[in-house]
Design a protein around this ligand. Structure first.
Ligand code: PGA
Length: 252
């Protein structure tokens, strides 16, 4: 049995006051962590105020890290720093970072290694762009991204990884992949992990779907066999919607 994981990706939204208002609203009403992992991935300046108030059942994650632990890298934030704040998860390879900040599979791989050596749990994003789907290149893209991301990552380390399948054309567009499209891609990803790491790892690894997930569609998505949760942007900004979606995942 894989424990479901619902992660909110706040992107570059919320001020300190807005973050505090959110956390007070959700921390007392989230289902217990033994049933579902609830995670909010926030911007670095919000970490301290969230971690101080996270309560029993919420985990805090970052949206990015740099692949060196320290050094002359003005403006970057390391895994070592995040770990020192008790941040637990980190999103790596989000399509916005790949598109706007030129993150390649090689960089994604280095960031995964940096997260793991600092005891952070990586949420690794993969997914095809619209033209790639239209050219029937979805599995080819996923294959390349996954092989690149997990190069030299051991089976033991894979047990700490969450994969998020996020088709780029469904992110922030209101266009969700159909549950069948999402399931097909997630099943492909699990099959590939099985080829690379064997059945025990493949059966245990958690795969999320992300892209316009909201209370109205989460039930159908989470019901799919190979989908163990969701990575949620827009709808995670609203505390009531976030809690509703976490509760929907418990039912799985
Ligand atoms: P969305 O974003 O839910 O707003 O589509 C998902 C994501 O980018 O992780």
């Amino acid at each position: 049995m894989r424990k479901p994981i619902i992660a909110g990706n706040w992107k570059m939204f919320k001020t300190r006051d807005e973050a505090i208002a959110f956390i007070y609203k959700v921390s007392e009403v989230l289902p217990p962590v033994k049933e579902v992992d609830s995670v909010i991935c926030a911007q670095a300046p919000l970490m301290r105020c969230l971690i101080k108030r996270q309560g029993q059942n919420l985990r805090i994650g970052a949206q990015n890290l740099f692949y060196e632990d320290e050094g002359a890298y003005t403006g970057e934030i390391s895994g070592k720093m995040l770990a020192s704040y008790n941040v637990e998860y980190v999103i790596i390879g989000h399509s916005e970072r790949r598109a706007y900040f030129h993150e390649t599979d090689e960089i994604v791989n280095k960031k995964i290694k940096a997260a793991l050596r600092n005891d952070l749990l990586p949420i690794v994003c993969v997914g095809e762009r619209l033209e790639e789907r239209e050219n029937n290149a979805t599995t080819k893209v996923l294959h390349k991204q996954i092989k690149g991301a997990f190069e030299d990552i051991s089976a033991i380390d894979m047990e700490r990884i969450v994969i998020a399948y996020e088709p780029v054309w469904a992110i922030g567009t209101g266009k969700t992949a159909t549950a069948a499209q999402a399931e097909e891609a997630c099943a492909y990803i699990r099959g590939l992990i099985r080829e690379m790491y064997g059945s025990v790892i493949a059966d245990g690894i958690r795969i999320q779907y992300g892209g316009s997930v909201k209370p109205a569609n989460i039930d159908e998505i989470i019901a799919q066999e190979n989908i163990d949760g969701a990575l949620i942007g827009g709808a995670s900004l609203d505390p009531d919607q976030f809690v509703t979606m976490v509760k929907a995942a418990v039912k799985k």
